[in-house]
Every structure is written in C-alpha cells, then in structure tokens.
Design a protein around this ligand. Structure first.
Ligand code: SAM
Ligand code: SF4
Length: 328
C-alpha cells in the first residue's frame, strides 16, 4: 500500500453549475447547512493539528465549486504558508477564475485544474446545464487568466461522454500543442448521474489514445502531480495529455489519498465509506486533536483496496453520493 499523504479537501458542496454527469438539474441534493460546514478555523485546526502530524503534506481544494467558498484566498494562504505543506492545488470549474486567479496566486496557490468539457459553447452549456447567457467564455477567460498569472502546471479536466463531447477529443488534445496546458481525459464514472451513465456509457482511455496516436503519434511523458493519470505527449507539443482510467483500470493499489467533505467527514475512498470519521462533530464535542490523530491513524491502517470494476459491474448508480458531495 502506498503512503497516504494526499488529502482532497472539499470547501463547499454547492456549485454554480449543474453538470449533467455530476449534479444534474432536477435532482434534489441534500445540501449541507451552513452551520454544518467546517468553519475556516476548524478546517485549519484539522490540517495543522491532525492531518499534518499524521503525515499528510499535499492538499487539493475542491468541492462543489471551491471558488464559491467565502474567503477562499485567505484559506489558501493559511494552508500554503504552513511549512509542512509540500503541495497545494485546486480543482475548479473556472467560472469565477478570471477575477480571482491573481489573488489565489498571490495567496500561494501555484497549480490548478480547471474543468473544460467542450470547446463548443453550445455543447458546454448543455453539459453544465445552463439555459441563460453562455458561460463558456467566462471559463475560457478564467483559463487564460490562470495561464497569464503563471499557474503551472495548468491542467484542463475533460470528462468524456459518448455522443456528447467524445467527438471533440482531438480538438481538446490539440490545445496542448502550442500552449503548456495539460489536458486530462477522465473516464466517466457511475457517480452522480447514474441514468446518464446507463444511457451513454463511457469511453475507455485506450480508445482515446488510439485516435490521438493515429493523428499525431504519442510518446510517454511526465508532469508534476499526475497522480493516477497515465501521461503522454504529442511529439513536439508544449503540454501533455493525461488519461485517468478508473473504469478500465484499477489503480486502488496506487491510491495515496483521502477525502475530507465540507461538513468534516473523512472518507478513506471515493467508493467505500468503511470507517469514515465525522471529525467536525468530534471537534465540536471537545474531542482532543490528539485523539483525532489516533482515529485518523487507525483509518489509515484500514484504508481499503476496492476494485472499482467489480463494484461497478451491473450496478450503475450504486454510488449514492455525487462527486460534488464527496469532494471530487
Ligand atoms: N467544481 C469543480 C470542477 O468541476 O472542477 C471541482 C469539483 S468536481 C466534483 C471535480 C472533478 O470531478 C471535475 O473535473 C469533474 O469533471 C469530475 N467529475 C464529477 N462527476 C464525475 C463523474 N461522474 N465521472 C467522472 N468525473 C466526474
Ligand atoms: Fe459543479 Fe464541478 Fe460538479 Fe460540475 S463537476 S456540477 S462544476 S461540482
């Protein structure tokens, strides 16, 4: 088992998008009440006095949409300035990024992942569930702003859905040729919208690589913080292509992460909640951080190795929580 040193921290479960594959319109979610969210102080106490002492040194801020969290730059600054923090990153939908990129960078954030499922504004708006003014340009401006202030590596996350955006794979891959952008294709998982998953299915990364290889060729490559992604490059390109293949491959034995939800539940695995701990309730009940460290250490020893494919077979929709609720 890998050393588990990477914590994905959900700052909020709400979102300003309603992506079809994540939290589609019409599906009622039980949002976390404001008083149930970890406060900034509680979150920082957990990071400083529980997670860092048990060996976590790498943190990703996510959600829901993390840029909706009030005072997010202050939180970034507080975590980035801890001497034990070796790596701090964020995953965002980019909608609010154009105006926030500089302050996040100034606060100490250096790398960022932005979701961009389509280059076609109509397809994009259809995916994010938007019926008003198109939001594609805002996200594109956010990506440019992040690039211009110096985020590096800057990664673009694409969830590939058959019949929705799979025809754009080559165009999205081509973004890496002239710019040092790192495009990551993510296999669609049966989390969130089980119905869409059942109707559309998913595209194996190997198929995507085959079509990209046929067009330009493909060599193995590396990029900082690639985690479970297999990384390749179009020969001569400035950026790279990552493939996250959690449906076609099981990389549970390489998993080095846990997830903290916005209401303080620590989960050992995206798919398996065995042993999860309610750190917020414990903290509010006056349980000491020394005791919480022991509980987290115990959870680390039982972090299960779950075979994703077995869990999925024939049971699309088995996962009742969305990525936005768990902290994707
Ligand atoms: N709102 C931010 C965003 O969209 O980047 C951060 C949270 S979102 C839950 C994190 C990542 O999870 C996004 O890249 C999103 O595309 C991905 N995601 C959500 N639901 C998914 C699903 N069913 N299958 C694969 N990826 C999914
Ligand atoms: Fe929001 Fe991200 Fe989920 Fe889309 S994938 S609905 S942007 S949390």
């Amino acid at each position: 088992m890998n050393q588990v040193d990477y914590l994905r921290i959900s700052l909020i479960d709400r979102c300003n998008f309603r992506c079809q594959y994540c939290m589609p319109e019409g599906v009622e979610l039980d949002y976390i009440l404001k008083q149930q969210l970890l406060t900034d102080e509680e979150l920082l106490t957990l990071v400083r006095e529980v997670f860092i002492p048990v060996g976590f040194t790498r943190f990703r801020l996510t959600g829901g949409e993390p840029l909706l969290r009030p005072r997010v730059a202050e939180l970034v600054s507080a975590i980035a300035s801890l001497s034990q923090t070796q790596d701090l990153s964020m995953t965002t939908n980019g909608f609010l990024l154009a105006s926030m990129a500089q302050s996040l960078y100034n606060a100490g954030l250096r790398r960022i992942n932005i979701s961009l499922d389509s280059l076609d504004p109509d397809v994009f708006d259809q995916i994010i569930g938007n019926r008003g003014r198109s939001r594609w340009q805002d996200v594109w401006n956010g990506i440019q702003a992040a690039y211009n202030v110096g985020f590096n590596p800057l990664k673009l996350n694409v969830v590939v859905i058959p019949g929705v955006n799979d025809h754009e794979v080559l165009d999205l891959a081509a973004l890496t040729i002239d710019k040092q952008w790192h495009v990551r294709f993510i296999e669609f998982m049966p989390i969130g919208n089980a119905r869409l998953f059942g109707d559309r299915g998913w595209v194996p990364s190997a198929e995507l690589r085959q079509s990209i290889r046929a067009r330009w060729g493909l060599t193995e490559a590396q990029v900082y913080g690639s985690g479970p992604a297999d990384v390749f490059q179009i020969p001569g390109a400035k950026g790279t292509l990552g493939f996250i293949s959690q449906m076609s491959e099981c990389f549970c034995d390489r998993c080095n992460r846990m997830r903290l939800s916005a209401d303080g539940w620590l989960r050992p695995c995206l798919l398996n909640e065995t042993g999860q701990i309610d750190l917020k309730t414990a903290l509010r009940a006056g349980v000491s951080t020394a005791e919480l460290r022991e509980q987290v250490k115990q959870l680390l020893t039982i972090k299960p190795e779950v075979n994703f494919k077995q869990r999925d077979s024939g049971t699309a929709g088995a996962y009742t929580r969305t990525m936005s609720q768990i902290g994707g």
